[in-house]
Every structure is written in structure tokens, then in C-alpha cells.
Design a protein around this ligand. Structure first.
Ligand code: F6P
Length: 540
């Protein structure tokens, strides 16, 4: 059994240091140290990261790096990249980094050259994507495919849809993708309402091919397709493809395994959109764009694998998150992309971070005695500014925030991008330095209003400035957060790669379904009463 991290001298040193940090103000730290920014910036591939506006000193960083040493972060990084079974509760390797290894690399895991397997699937995806994109692949009635409907949920949805939205400027084949995830019948109904079955292709994405939401939506989609195309079962082969690790279940569902794109149990769902799970994205942006994205992921992987912890961006940002979560009492973490294209990025990150690190036992099954995963949330700037930033500026909670901005826009109108980014810079500055009562009084504000206008400042932010949103930099950003999650999970000693907590609800939904139809079954008193009312309102 590993020692409780809170009993180590590194933890104690950070706890003592936190008392000092509670009394500092970023205004003073910056005033006293002209070199602060130079020291507290780092670069990972194209990502320029300024963490100087965090509630830290050089000593904080040194102590956090010491904590990382205590949990052997460096060794665990190497173990992950080597393909050791670090997902202990499922006894699996964790190898999303292998999905982006270049073709000439080699990595043998459990006796299998995974790089060869990865590139074989990438080639299969590329060949298929080219056929669909060029119009060589036609539907049952001979028409080319215009719309791709991705049916999946969780990691089989959030990553692909986030990236499809983010890379809108790179869609170049006139193929529109839509994403259906919810078992709420509204989702599929609204998505299909204006589509023509003759020009629609469904990509059914499910690692297990057993997820109720996905299989239910896929079954209804097949019914819709056949109804629209005259009921000929042969149409399915032209309009349905599958992405899964489970060939037998794909076959059982009625999809020809020739139209299946595989991946492996060493890819977690929330770490999978750069595998065949991203097929819809490849159909939209093409194989070259997809490969550029993989190269972006790989560049940050290499940085994470090789950089010293002191300048290792994902490690530093992960350690900063631990600092706020465990020593300064923060409960949440905001992610604020200054890019409308990244409007699904916070939602995507919620699964990545919270399904990974929402755990309360260590890898060896002991209850943790400390806080683990923070609540991640966010919205694109500047919309968030007019919604919840008030609480970050003047509320009572510490909300560390990542600001993600791009120097070059993908779209520009007049001076809009500069106006947009001026907000990015203004917000991080206002959050750090605020405005004092004296400054406000000097503006002639009435004394009784002054306290309401005081901006305390000292609110921590990290600025991530990227040259431009491209497939490559999107890959870099996602890899950055994947490795931040890994760093935090390593410090907390938890398994960031299982998700047992979602199973009970799934089981119970199955158990309760008969009750909704008036059949006998067990339910707690509150739930039984709710179901009774539901049935009454349904007229049953
Ligand atoms: O929410 C639980 C979960 O298992 C996620 O981890 C996963 O991304 C999602 O369900 C979908 O699973 P599958 O790809 O097997 O359908």
C-alpha cells in the first residue's frame, strides 16, 4: 500500500507555504520582481503559456516539483508511454499517445506492434474518407453522401463534435456532420428532420458497442433509413459504418465488419477522438488535416515525455491545479477559450477531466483523505464575461481560470479580432491586479459606492496564447489537457483511466424501465412516487 501523500514532508511543506501565499498580492509580486514574467512562461510546441498571474512564487513551483518527485511523476510518465498497465482497476495499458506516433516509430505492447496497427486503421480510414469525399462512394440510390450523422455518446461524441466545430474553417469537401448522442428522442428526431436518407451516412461509434443510448439511436436511425429507401436491407451497407473495439457486436447489430474501423482497449473513451472515433472529423477535414492534428498531439506528447518538470508545461499546469485544489481551497476550474470555434471545448474537457479524476479511492483501493478532481466548466469569451465573470471578479470563491487565445484569427471582420483579444488581455489583467479603493475614490466615486466598485484582484489565471487555431494546434491543446489530467491523477494516486462510477446509474435505468410500463419492479419510495406521477401525466 502506498503512503498517504498528505503525510509526506513535501505535502507538509506546501501546506505551510500556502499560509504565506494567502497573504501575498499579485500587485506586489509583480512590482517587486520585473523578471517574474520571464521566469514564469514556458512553451510546449506552439503553445506559449504564461503562468505568472498565478498565486505562486518561485518557492511554490519548487515545492510543487518536489511533490511531483515524491510521487515519481517522471517514472509514471515513462511507464504510460511504454504501455505498462497503469490502468490497474481494468488491468490495461493507457496508450492514447500511441495513436499519434509517426509511422516509422515502433512500440510493442503485450506482444503487439501497436504503431503498425494504428497506421493500418488510419490508412483504412483515409481510403474510406477519400471515397466518400470524392463522391466515389455512393448511397443505395447512387447519390453521393452529403451528410454524416455520428451516433455515439461520451467519448464517442464529445471529442468528435468538439473538433468538428473547432476545425470548421478546414472542412473542405462539402460534407456536413451532425452529432446525435442523447437517448432523448428529440435529439435524433430533430437531427434527421430535414435530411434525405439517400444522401445520409451514419457512423455508429461505440467502444463497447453495448451503450444503450447509442444502440437505441442507431436502431431508430436504421428504421428511418430503411423507411426512406424502400425497405431494402441492402441499403444498410451503403449508409452505416461502425467504429468500435468489438467486432462481434458490430456484426450482431447488422453492420458488415468490412465497414468497421477498429481501435483498442488501451484507448479510453475520453482519450479516443484521435483514433477511428474521429472518423466523422476526417470525413469533414480530410486525411491530411487529420494527420496534421495527430502531429500536433505528438509534439506535445514529446514535450511531456522529455521536458524537465521545471519547464514541462502539462506537468506545471497539472501541479498548479493541485496547488489550488488541495492547498488554496479551490473547488472549480474555469476554461475560457477566446474562440467561438472552441465553443464545445469546455464540454469536452468536462468528460476528460471529471470522468478521469472524479475518484475517491487510491489505485490500491484506499479512501483518499484529500480532495481530488475539481469541477471544470467554462464558456467561450466574451460571452462568459457577460454571464459569470462577475463572480470570479468580486465573488468569494477562488476560481483558477485558463484563458486560451489565438493571435491570428480564422475569420476576421474589420478590427473585430483585436477587439476580441483586447478583452482576453483586459480580463486576465483585471483579475490579477484589480482596482483599489484609492483608485476608485480618485475617480470621484461617491464614498458609499466605492466598496461596490473595488476589484480585489489577486485572482489566478493562466494565459495560453497560440499562433492560430489549426488542426495541429488543436491537437496540441487537447494533448496538453490530457497530460494535465495525468499529472493531477498521479499526485492523487488515483486511477484516472477507469470510470466505474457511471455503471450503477446505467444498471438502474435498465431495472426501472419495466416500472415505466406498469410492470412490477423494485424502486425506492421517492422514485416509485415519481414514476407513478410520470405514468399519470403520460396518461398510462
Ligand atoms: O460514460 C461512460 C462511458 O463508458 C464513457 O467513458 C464512454 O466514453 C461512453 O460511456 C461511451 O461508451 P462507448 O464508446 O462504449 O459507447
Amino acid at each position: 500500500m502506498s503512503a498517504d501523500i498528505t503525510t509526506t514532508e513535501e505535502w507538509a511543506a506546501l501546506a505551510a507555504h500556502a499560509e504565506k501565499i494567502r497573504t501575498i498580492h499579485l500587485r506586489d509580486e509583480f512590482a517587486a520582481d520585473p523578471e517574474r514574467v520571464t521566469r514564469m512562461t514556458a512553451q510546449a510546441a506552439d503553445l506559449y503559456v504564461d503562468y505568472s498571474k498565478n498565486l505562486v512564487t518561485d518557492e511554490t513551483v519548487r515545492l510543487l516539483v518536489a511533490l511531483a518527485g515524491r510521487v515519481a511523476l517522471g517514472d509514471r510518465i515513462q511507464a504510460m508511454f511504454r504501455g505498462e498497465h497503469i490502468n490497474t482497476s481494468e488491468d490495461r495499458a493507457v496508450l492514447h499517445t500511441a495513436l499519434r506516433l509517426p509511422r516509422d516509430a515502433s512500440l510493442v505492447v503485450d506482444g503487439q506492434d501497436v504503431v503498425r496497427d494504428v497506421h493500418a486503421v488510419l490508412d483504412q480510414m483515409a481510403a474510406f474518407a477519400e471515397r466518400v469525399r470524392s463522391g466515389e462512394w455512393v448511397g443505395h440510390t447512387g447519390q453521393r453522401i452529403r451528410t454524416v450523422v455520428n451516433i455515439g455518446i461520451g467519448g464517442s461524441d464529445l471529442g468528435p463534435v468538439m473538433a468538428y466545430e473547432a476545425l470548421a474553417p478546414y472542412r473542405d469537401a462539402g460534407i456536413e456532420c451532425r452529432y446525435v448522442s442523447n437517448i432523448d428522442p428529440t435529439d435524433l428526431s430533430v437531427t434527421l428532420a430535414d435530411l434525405d436518407p439517400a444522401t445520409t451516412m451514419f457512423v455508429i461509434v461505440s467502444k463497447t458497442f453495448s451503450t444503450l443510448e447509442t444502440l437505441t439511436n442507431a436502431t431508430e436511425a436504421r428504421t428511418w433509413l430503411l423507411a426512406g429507401l424502400g425497405g431494402d436491407d441492402a441499403a444498410v451497407a451503403k449508409h452505416f459504418v461502425a467504429v468500435s473495439t468489438n467486432e462481434q457486436r458490430v456484426r450482431d447489430f447488422g453492420i458488415d465488419p468490412a465497414n468497421m474501423f477498429g481501435f483498442w482497449d488501451w484507448v479510453g473513451g475520453r482519450y479516443s477522438y484521435d483514433s477511428a472515433v474521429g472518423l466523422s472529423l476526417m470525413l469533414a477535414i480530410g486525411p491530411d488535416g487529420f494527420r496534421e492534428m495527430l502531429a500536433g498531439f505528438h509534439a506535445v506528447d514529446e514535450h511531456f515525455r522529455t521536458a524537465r518538470l521545471e519547464s514541462n508545461v502539462p506537468a506545471l499546469l497539472g501541479l498548479l491545479n493541485v496547488w489550488y485544489n488541495n492547498f488554496l481551497g479551490a473547488q472549480t476550474h474555469a476554461v475560457l477559450p477566446y474562440s467561438q470555434l472552441l465553443h464545445r471545448f469546455p464540454a469536452y474537457l468536462q468528460q476528460l477531466t471529471m470522468e478521469s479524476n472524479g475518484k475517491s479511492v487510491t489505485r490500491d483501493g484506499q479512501p483518499v483523505s484529500y480532495q481530488t478532481g475539481e469541477v471544470f466548466w467554462g464558456e467561450p469569451g466574451t460571452n462568459g464575461q457577460h454571464a459569470f465573470y462577475q463572480l470570479i471578479h468580486q465573488g468569494t470563491k477562488t476560481v483558477p481560470a485558463d484563458f486560451i487565445g489565438f493571435s491570428e484569427p480564422n475569420y476576421d471582420l474589420g478590427d473585430m479580432h483585436d477587439a476580441f483579444m483586447a478583452n482576453f488581455f483586459a480580463q486576465t489583467s483585471a483579475l490579477a491586479f484589480g482596482r483599489t479603493a484609492e483608485e476608485i475614490e480618485a475617480q470621484g466615486v461617491a464614498a458609499d459606492v466605492v466598496p461596490h466598485k473595488v476589484m480585489p484582484g489577486n485572482h489566478p489565471t493562466t494565459s495560453i496564447l497560440v499562433p492560430k487555431l489549426t488542426p495541429a494546434t488543436l491537437g496540441q491543446l487537447v494533448a496538453l489537457y490530457e497530460h494535465i489530467v495525468f499529472t493531477e491523477g498521479t499526485v492523487w494516486g488515483i486511477d484516472s483511466f477507469d470510470q466505474w462510477g457511471v455503471e450503477l446509474g446505467k444498471e438502474m435505468a435498465k431495472q426501472l424501465t419495466p416500472l415505466l410500463h406498469g410492470e412490477p419492479g423494485e424502486a425506492d419510495p421517492s422514485t416509485a412516487t415519481l414514476i407513478a406521477r410520470y405514468r399519470e401525466q403520460r396518461g398510462r
